[in-house]
Write a protein that binds this ligand. Structure first.
Ligand code: TYC
Length: 98
């Protein structure tokens, strides 16, 4: 009889859907207050954390602001872009597979 060459554990892992990081990017035009507002409302950060993350992005260029299953990550990306455009800011975020 032929041997089954993969363990149950390995197979479960192979079929697990991957998470996606949502990464917020710096720009020269979006106001700091608006980025803090986005971090609080869309990513559920506290005021203190939102300020800290916003300043980190401002200095370093980008930061991961959350990690979610693909559908949730895509929805948050759309929410950021829609709210930014509505307020005439060029704020950008991108997704990266984990
Ligand atoms: N750099 C912007 C400014 O000086 C602030 C900013 C921070 C913009 C974070 C985008 O993701 C961002 N007004």
């Amino acid at each position: 009889m032929e041997k089954i060459k993969f363990s149950v554990k390995k197979r479960e892992k192979l079929n697990e859907p991957k998470d996606f990081k949502v990464i917020l990017l710096n720009d020269d035009y979006t106001t700091m207050d608006f980025v803090v507002y986005i971090l609080k409302t869309i990513f559920h950060k506290s005021e203190i954390d939102a300020q800290r993350i916003m300043l980190y992005i401002h200095k370093k260029g980008q930061s991961t602001v959350g990690q979610y299953p693909f559908d949730v990550a895509r929805t948050k990306e759309n929410q950021v872009h829609n709210l930014a455009r509505k307020n005439e800011f060029p704020l950008m975020c991108i997704l990266k597979e984990v």
